[in-house]
Design a protein around this ligand. Structure first.
Ligand code: NDP
Length: 444
């Protein structure tokens, strides 16, 4: 379609050197074609051009002192992409690979994800090229304090509410919140993923992993399959992966493989949740240490090898573009019938094509991993009314939200004659609400 092609071409031209952003935009625009065709008013309103230009992008210096009193400099980012349906909302990522293009792709995806939750939250994302690995606790704290010393002026409970992502967990959120509160002199919900003793929500830690399993469960149930007695592989061993492991096991699955960026473990007896949780959350160890405790388990260096392990359900929960065409073909050959993306954009476009061609049920990240941000929005509600809901209450709301996201994405796919294509359905359902809000608010 001419309008979409022109918008895509311009986006690539004016945002050079941002391949992940281009990839995310291309995927979304392609699936919006039938919607744009049905709504010529979107083109007249320049809606796509506006949607693709972040409302604000902040890049800042983050100076800090390491334990040897040497000055270190990192780069900080916050991309406030869209506030059409609510305050900007999206995590902070601390990882050496972070650059503007990565943050923009994540913030762009976040717009649709947040819309899909049905809650009033806009899209944003931020982070830094800081590498928390091998840093002392004091270094992490000094970095977080310096990062927040700039970030605080751009965020707030009604403006922009960051949370965690890769490299930003409970510890980092604590240091960031402490500094925010100190500078602002306000005890307000300007961050989510907070600890339970200072305004956090029960079930936030578990939300993305649990939500992923709730979504995939809906998807596979619609085809008469279930987690019960299924074999599952989960890449990564961070926040999302750990709680996907717990919930998948609770539903009767055997999780046989997990990984980190160095390698993967294979446990034919089923990976033990408590061992992984303790190793990663308490001891901050590598996943390779698992085999010291479980003699029958194996450790293999090289993280992508995890996709060569036969499984019925594959859950990529590590990072973008971690699962390529070759890995997808191997999974299909080995009998994999469903893929659920816990990470953001973990499957390359070629891998997704392989899944579609072979009828593998595919749950796209922006729908399947929306449980984290959904419970973050519930944390914002609890902070606003100064209340604290029980674990069961939050978990039950999370289940309802994930079920609705599944229903809305599958309904949108059906409505536009796209069959079981949940990736396109999620894009369409997420887009419609944002587009209508933008039209109603005029040229802003
Ligand atoms: P964590 O930092 O807790 O964990 C990330 C995990 O992925 C670690 O085990 C890390 O290993 C591994 N990893 C990172 N890069 C690679 C790689 N190139 N190959 C293999 N493994 C790798 O992050 P989260 O669990 O929070 O986030 C994981 C994904 O889920 C991200 O894509 C994130 O954007 C997405 N997500 C997270 C949400 C949340 O609520 N936390 C919400 C929605 C999406 P290592 O220790 O070696 O680096």
């Amino acid at each position: 379609m001419k309008y979409i092609d022109a918008v895509l071409e311009k986006t690539i031209k004016i945002n050079p050197g941002e391949p992940e952003f281009h990839q995310a935009v291309r995927e979304v625009l392609k699936s919006l074609e039938p919607v744009i065709q049905n709504h010529p008013e979107y083109e007249r309103a320049g809606l796509l051009e506006r949607l693709l230009e972040p409302e604000r992008q902040v890049i800042f210096r983050v100076p800090w002192l390491d334990d040897q009193n040497r000055v270190q400099i990192n780069r900080g980012f916050r991309v406030q992409f869209s506030s059409a349906i609510g305050p900007y909302k999206g995590g902070l990522r601390f990882h050496p690979t972070v650059n503007l293009g990565i943050i923009k792709f994540l913030a762009f995806e976040q717009i649709f994800k947040n819309s899909l939750t049905g809650l009033p939250i806009g899209g944003g994302k931020g982070g830094s090229d800081f590498n928390p690995r091998d840093k002392s606790d004091a270094e992490i704290m000094r970095f977080c304090q310096s990062f927040m010393t700039e970030l605080y002026r751009h965020i707030g409970a009604d403006t922009d509410v960051p949370a965690g992502d890769i490299g930003v967990g409970a510890r980092e959120i604590g240091y960031l919140y402490g500094q925010y509160k100190r500078i602002r002199n306000a005890y307000e919900g300007a961050l989510t993923g907070k600890g339970l003793s200072y305004g956090g929500s029960l079930a936030r830690k578990e939300a993305t992993g649990y939500g992923l399993i709730y979504f995939v469960d809906e998807m596979i149930k619609s085809k008469g399959k279930s987690f019960e007695n299924s074999t599952v592989s989960i890449s990564g061993s961070g926040n999302v992966a750990i709680y996907a492991l717990e919930k998948a096991r609770q539903l009767g699955a055997k999780v046989v493989a997990m990984s980190d960026s160095n390698g993967y473990i294979y446990d034919p007896e089923g990976i033990d949740f408590e061992t992984v949780r303790k190793l990663k959350e308490t001891d901050r160890e590598r996943i390779s240490e698992y085999v010291r405790v479980h003699a029958k388990a194996e450790y293999h260096p090289g993280s992508t090898g995890i996709w060569s392990i036969p499984c019925h359900i594959a859950l990529p929960c590590a990072t973008q573009n971690e699962l390529n065409r070759e890995a997808a073909e191997t999974l299909v050959k080995n009998g994999c019938f469903a893929v659920g993306e816990g990470a953001n954009m973990p499957s390359t476009p070629e891998a997704v094509e392989v899944f579609m061609q072979h009828g593998v049920l595919f749950a796209p990240g922006k729908a399947a991993n929306a449980g984290g941000v959904a419970v973050s929005a519930l944390e914002m509600s609890q902070n606003s009314i100064r209340a604290s809901w029980s674990f069961e209450e939050v978990d039950s709301k999370l289940q309802d939200i994930m079920k609705n996201i599944y229903l809305n994405a599958s309904e949108a796919a059906r409505q536009y004659g796209l069959g079981d294509n949940l990736a396109a359905g999620a894009n369409i359902a997420g887009f419609k609400k944002v587009a209508d809000a933008m039209l109603a608010q005029g040229v802003v």
